[in-house]
Write a new protein. Structure first.
Length: 314
């Protein structure tokens, strides 16, 4: 699930009931900071929060100052130096700097964009949050990118597939698990929001939309199913393809597929054996090694999450 969905939903719910909220976003950092640009925090009239700017003393100070602005119905750009002023009591002295834009949401007019953002999330698209704040006598605008969820397709609902699916949901992947065994691929083992497809693995993969934002993990119950699954996706646009198994098994699969006419150079894009080398043995350890590799690929080219400031008017 998208990390910020509960935050946007609360904005709409609170505004509809006549409550005011303050949305805060990290828009600039320097040095070492607890969060990077794009982090969001929502503060309501009772100082209850959704989201985080990194926790600790600096977040407490953001809450205090943003709450004061909310009571005045004003926006602002808050600057912090993460030194002894905000870290003396818990030792969290990062030494960096952080700018936070705070924008009040006071009426239905202010929250139209958040309904559109939720629609974009549901459609699997990215979106932007537009925030404005007065600073040094000028009204400045920032745009915060809300990334679309990457799509993870797991071929195989065995122990590793199930463990991986549950980990991936918490890391904001839109997860689909495919298996031909209904006793393995069911909601008891794979609860929502995990999507389940019960059917022939190879054909289900060929029918499934796999694009440049898709990650495919092949962890079926045997050599033949792994080979068929790889054949179904090797020529796709998937950003990541990984397959479990020994080097000997992987070579046999590659040789078989090459004999069918598949270009052998395509195998260079397959992460096999799958996962980061952490000497994993147990099922949870194997799942962690795989998810670590997915994160590494996902974050290779991180998009800029904040645009601005753009001066709107003086």
């Amino acid at each position: 699930m998208i990390l910020h969905r509960p935050l946007f939903e609360k904005i709409l719910t609170d505004t509809k009931s006549g409550k005011r909220t303050m949305l805060c976003a990290v828009v600039k950092t320097s040095g070492s900071t607890p969060q990077s640009p794009g982090a969001l925090l929502l503060i309501d009239e009772t100082m209850h929060t959704v989201g985080t700017l990194g926790g600790g003393c600096v977040e407490a100070e953001v809450r205090k100052r943003a709450f004061e602005l909310l009571n005045k119905g004003e926006s602002g750009l808050l600057s912090f130096q993460l030194n002894h002023d905000y870290g003396w009591d818990d030792g969290l002295i990062c030494g960096g700097g952080m700018d936070v834009v705070a924008t009040p949401i006071l009426s239905q007019t202010d929250c139209t964009q958040f309904a559109d953002i939720l629609d974009a999330i549901d459609a699997g698209d990215h979106a932007f949050v537009t925030m404005r704040a007065m600073h040094d006598g000028a009204l400045c605008e920032y745009k915060i990118l809300i990334e679309a969820e990457p799509k993870l397709v797991i071929a195989g609902a065995g122990h590793v597939g199930v463990e991986l699916a549950k980990l991936a949901v918490d890391l904001e992947f839109d997860v689909t698990v495919i298996d031909d065994r209904c006793d393995c691929a069911n909601e008891k083992r794979l609860p929502p929001p995990i999507h389940i497809i019960v059917g022939d693995i190879e054909q289900s993969l060929r029918n499934h939309k796999i694009d440049k934002d898709s990650y495919v993990v092949i962890v079926t119950r045997g050599h033949n199913h792994d080979e068929q699954a790889l054949a179904a996706v090797i020529e796709s646009d998937a950003r990541y393809i990984g397959m479990i198994g020994s080097r000997r098994k992987i070579k046999l699969i590659y040789d078989d597929l090459a004999a069918t006419g598949i270009d052998p150079t395509l195998f260079d894009r397959v992460h096999a054996p799958i996962g980061v080398k952490i000497n994993s043995v147990t099922v949870p350890e194997i799942a962690i090694s795989i998810i670590a590799e997915l994160i590494s690929v996902r974050r290779e080219n991180t998009r800029r999450l904040v645009e601005g400031p753009i001066t709107v008017e003086s």
